[in-house]
Design a protein around this ligand. Structure first.
Ligand code: XMP
Length: 329
């Protein structure tokens, strides 16, 4: 793809002229397409002056830390430091219900973790990294703050994506956002030119604030995160087993802080409802819900209610974007 090859060459030149020869750069890897492609690109431009970090913010999916760290090691060949900051994030999120507030807190904590990481690197390499790589895409930019001349009429913020509007104003690290003008399918093309393994390029998008935008309200309430992880794992695994993963843009579960009455065995229960969302999309800006076969859904719902304690009801989100967004918060 000659167009993407040009974009790649141009980006590498831009980064090389922006980052001085003895300057260092931090990149937060999430295990997703965007940050992986961004890191690989920046690594090509500046080599080992790039320092990658994977942050466990306590908002990851089932076994995600172990899975992602092992794929980084086996497939990506980029050195990655893993930081467990789950206590730090979750304690700051305790009792917080407002979606925008949750995003702001998460953005701030990420920066605090990067600052610490930069400080530790300074002790080790004698130089403080001055830049942060973000895998921000064009749709993130226009939804958080439509650029002038983009032809977009809305001037309000739909959501402050943590990697755009949610970053603290006083952040000292300068941003490198090599994917800022690209859509997801273009990032996937760029990734394949950069030999990023298919396993990364085909992963469904996952939001930076993680499960915090999928547990409605207080993320730390009860065992919401644990329940959500189990439900989500069953749903996504069933999608993979049915060979549907690549047909779907994104599929996930949402924890609803709602208790409903049910009957399990011969017991009356009063337990949680969860929602399933699966969508098709071209770029995440608009979306349609995915129409599953009845048998598939019956099987998934049985698996969820039989295996996840505390869930007695499953609903499916059948709202397009717009009017709904992809995530529930
Ligand atoms: P929404 O919910 O805005 O989602 O319709 C559109 C796409 O963006 C992802 N998303 C995020 N990604 N940081 C991210 O990196 C965020 O704060 C964020 N919020 C939403 C969402 O998963 C979907 O793919």
């Amino acid at each position: 793809d000659w167009k993407m090859q040009d974009v790649l060459d141009e980006e590498i030149r831009t980064i090389q002229s922006m980052v001085g020869p003895d300057e260092h750069v931090i990149c937060a890897l999430s295990g997703g397409v965007d940050s992986t492609v961004a890191a690989t690109l920046v690594h090509k431009a500046i080599g080992d002056r790039l320092h990658c970090v994977f942050v466990d913010n306590g908002l990851l999916r089932y076994n995600e830390r172990e899975r992602v760290m092992s794929t980084f090691e086996s497939d990506l060949h980029l050195p990655v430091t893993c930081i467990d900051a789950s206590e730090q994030f979750l304690s700051k999120l305790k009792g917080i219900k407002d979606p925008e507030m949750k995003r702001k807190i998460i953005g701030r904590e990420f920066i605090a973790v990067f600052d610490d990481f930069g400080h530790n690197l300074e002790q080790k390499i004698g130089k403080r990294p001055g830049y942060l790589v973000q895998g921000t895409l064009y749709p993130d930019v226009i939804e958080s703050c439509p650029p002038p001349g983009s032809g977009r009429t809305h001037s309000h913020t739909i959501k402050s994506h943590h990697n755009v509007g949610g970053l603290p104003k006083d952040m000292k690290l300068k941003l490198i956002e090599p994917l800022k003008l690209l859509f997801k399918d273009e990032v996937r093309k760029l990734g394949s030119i950069l030999n990023v393994p298919e396993s990364f390029l085909k992963r469904h998008p996952f939001p930076g604030p993680g499960l915090a935008v999928r547990v409605l309200g207080d993320v730390t309430a009860g065992n919401a995160l644990e329940v959500l992880r189990q439900v989500d794992e069953i749903f996504v695994q069933a999608i993979k087993d049915a060979g549907l993963y690549d047909k779907i843009w994104q599929a996930f579960a949402v924890f609803l802080p709602v208790q409903t009455v049910g009957v399990q065995g011969d017991q009356r229960t009063h337990s949680n409802a969860v929602a399933l969302r699966a969508i098709t999309s071209e770029d995440g800006m608009t979306a349609d819900w995915y129409y599953f076969e009845r048998e598939f859904l019956v099987d998934v719902v049985n698996k969820i209610c039989n295996n996840v304690r505390g869930v007695n009801r499953v609903v499916q989100d059948i709202t397009q974007k717009p009017p709904a967004t992809v995530e529930w918060e």
